[in-house]
Design a protein around this ligand. Structure first.
Ligand SMILES: NC(=O)c1ccc[n+]([C@@H]2O[C@H](COP(=O)([O-])OP(=O)(O)OC[C@H]3O[C@@H](n4cnc5c(N)ncnc54)[C@H](O)[C@@H]3O)[C@@H](O)[C@H]2O)c1
Ligand SMILES: O=C(O)[C@H](O)COP(=O)(O)O
Length: 387
C-alpha cells in the first residue's frame, strides 16, 4: 500500500489511474509519493518515508532537487505534456502585442453606452493599430519541448524564425522545421529579431539572462515574450528598456508588483499550462511515473536521478538503492548480497552527477534484514524493497 498527497489540484483523469494500492493523505509527512504543480516545496520538511515527487508540469524550480536527491527522493517532471498549451498562449501573446487589441477592447467597453460608437470607432481605431507578424523576425531562446512548437508555429505564420539552444537535443533538432535558422549565439538573435521569446528553465545560469547587456544589443522597439519564468528577466533593466522604448512591449505569463507598474506590459496570470488538455496530459504522465517508480522501482523522466528502467521484475525479489555517485559503492552494496548468500540475477546501475541508482533483481525473496544492511552502507541514501 502507498500513501500519496497532492500539493496542488491534479486532474482526475490522472488520479483515476491510481489503483486500490494507493490511498490519499492530506498529511505531507506520511506520504510516500507527492504530486505537485507550482506549490513551493523549498521550505518543506522532507520525511524519511517520502520516495517520489512528481511535478505535473515542466519547471522544477519550486522543488529542492538536491535536497531531495540527498534523501533518496526521486523527482520527476512531465516533459512536453503542457507544451502545446504554452505554445497557444505564446501565439495569443504575440498577437496581443502586434496590435493594441487589449486597448481596443477596453475602448469598446468604455463606449458601451455611446450611441455613436459605430462612427466614433472609425476615428478611435487609429490609436490601437499595429503591424502584422508575417515577415517579422522572431528569435526563440531555448529549443526544448515548448521552444520547438513555438518556432514551428511562428514559421507557419510566415515569420522568419531564428533559434538558439546550446544544449539542443537531437530529437528536438529533428522536430524543428527546416526553415528555422539555428544560430550559435544569443547576439545573432538580439541583433536581428523584432520579437524575442524565451523558453529555458530557471537555473543559476539563466537567471536574469535578459538584462541591460542583452537589451542593449537588441533592435529598438523589440517585443519580448516570457512564458517561462519571471526571474529570467531582470526587472530593473526591463523597466528602463520599456521606459526608453528599447523594448516596445513585454508580454509575460509571470506578473509581479514591479512588472505590473511598468508601461507596455501585457501580463497573464501563469496561464500557460492552464488548459484542460495540458492539465490532463501532465496528470496522466505524472501518475504513470509515480506508479512505475513505486511499483517497479523504474525511473522515467527524473530531474535529479538517472533514468533507469528494468521493466517488470520476473525474479523472486527486487531491491532498489539510491546512492551517492562515489568510488566503490557497487562493491560495498553487492558485498551485502554476497554476505547474505543472495544471487543477483540482473542488475542495472546508472549515475547522474552526484547521484546514482541501482535496481537488483535477485533469486531470493527480499528481506528487511538485507534492506537494513544495505541502508547502513556509507553513501547509500535510500533502499526500497519492490518485491
Ligand atoms: N507559463 C507556463 O505555464 C509554463 C508551462 C510550461 C513550462 N514553462 C517554463 O518553460 C520552461 C521550458 O519548458 P520546456 O517544456 O520547453 O522544457 P524543456 O526542458 O523541454 O526545454 C528547455 C530547453 O532550454 C534549453 N536551455 C537550457 N539552458 C539554456 C540556455 N542557457 N540557453 C538556451 N537554451 C537553454 C535546454 O537545452 C532545453 O532544450 C520550463 O522550465 C518552465 O520554466 C512555463
Ligand atoms: O513549468 C510548468 O509546467 C508551468 O509553469 C506550469 O505550472 P502550473 O502547473 O502551476 O500551471
Amino acid at each position: 500500500m502507498f500513501k500519496y498527497t497532492c500539493l496542488n489540484p491534479i486532474a482526475d483523469v490522472g488520479l483515476n489511474n491510481l489503483t486500490d494500492e494507493y490511498t490519499k493523505t492530506d498529511d505531507f509527512a506520511e506520504a510516500d509519493a507527492v504530486l505537485v504543480r507550482s506549490a513551493a516545496m523549498h521550505d518543506m520538511e522532507l520525511s524519511d518515508n517520502l520516495c517520489a515527487v512528481a511535478r505535473a508540469g515542466a519547471g522544477v524550480n519550486n522543488i529542492p532537487l538536491d535536497k531531495c536527491a540527498d534523501k533518496g527522493i526521486v523527482v520527476f517532471n512531465t516533459p512536453g505534456a503542457n507544451a502545446n498549451g504554452v505554445k497557444e498562449l505564446f501565439v495569443t501573446g504575440m498577437l496581443l502585442a502586434a496590435r493594441d487589441v487589449v486597448g481596443g477592447i477596453e475602448w469598446a467597453k468604455e463606449n458601451a453606452d455611446n450611441e455613436n460608437i459605430s462612427k466614433d470607432m472609425e476615428k478611435a481605431k487609429k490609436q490601437f493599430a499595429g503591424t502584422e507578424l508575417m515577415g517579422k523576425k522572431i528569435g526563440v531562446i531555448g529549443l526544448g519541448a515548448i521552444g520547438v512548437l513555438v518556432a514551428n508555429v511562428a514559421n507557419r505564420m510566415k515569420m522568419d524564425v531564428y533559434g538558439v539552444d546550446p544544449f539542443l537535443s537531437v530529437n528536438n533538432a529533428l522536430s524543428l522545421s527546416r526553415d528555422v535558422k539555428i544560430v550559435k549565439s544569443y547576439e545573432e538573435i538580439y541583433k536581428n529579431c523584432d520579437y524575442i521569446t524565451i523558453h529555458v528553465p530557471l537555473l543559476e545560469d539563466t537567471k536574469g539572462m535578459l538584462n541591460k547587456e542583452a537589451f542593449d544589443k537588441m533592435k529598438d522597439g523589440v517585443v519580448i515574450l516570457n512564458m517561462a519564468r519571471d526571474t529570467l528577466v531582470n526587472d530593473d533593466d526591463m523597466k528602463a528598456a520599456l521606459e526608453s522604448g528599447k523594448v516596445a512591449k513585454y508580454v509575460t505569463d509571470f506578473p509581479n508588483p514591479a512588472v505590473m507598474k511598468m508601461p507596455n506590459v501585457i501580463a497573464t496570470p501563469h496561464l500557460g499550462a492552464s488548459t484542460a488538455e495540458s492539465e490532463d496530459n501532465c496528470a496522466v504522465m505524472a501518475v504513470d511515473e509515480i506508479r512505475n517508480y513505486m511499483e517497479n522501482g523504474n525511473i522515467v523522466n527524473s530531474v535529479n536521478y538517472p533514468n533507469c528502467d528494468a521493466g517488470v521484475c520476473d525474479t523472486k525479489g527486487r531491491i532498489t538503492v539510491c546512492h551517492k555517485n562515489v568510488p566503490a559503492m557497487l562493491n560495498r552494496i553487492t558485498n551485502v548480497f554476497s554476505e547474505a548468500n543472495i544471487n543477483i540475477a540482473h542488475m542495472t546501475n546508472k549515475s547522474r552527477g552526484n547521484y546514482a541508482y541501482c535496481i537488483f533483481d535477485i533469486d531470493s525473496e527480499s528481506s528487511a534484514d538485507v534492506a537494513d544492511k544495505l541502508s547502513a552502507v556509507d553513501g547509500v541514501l535510500k533502499v526500497r524493497i519492490i518485491k
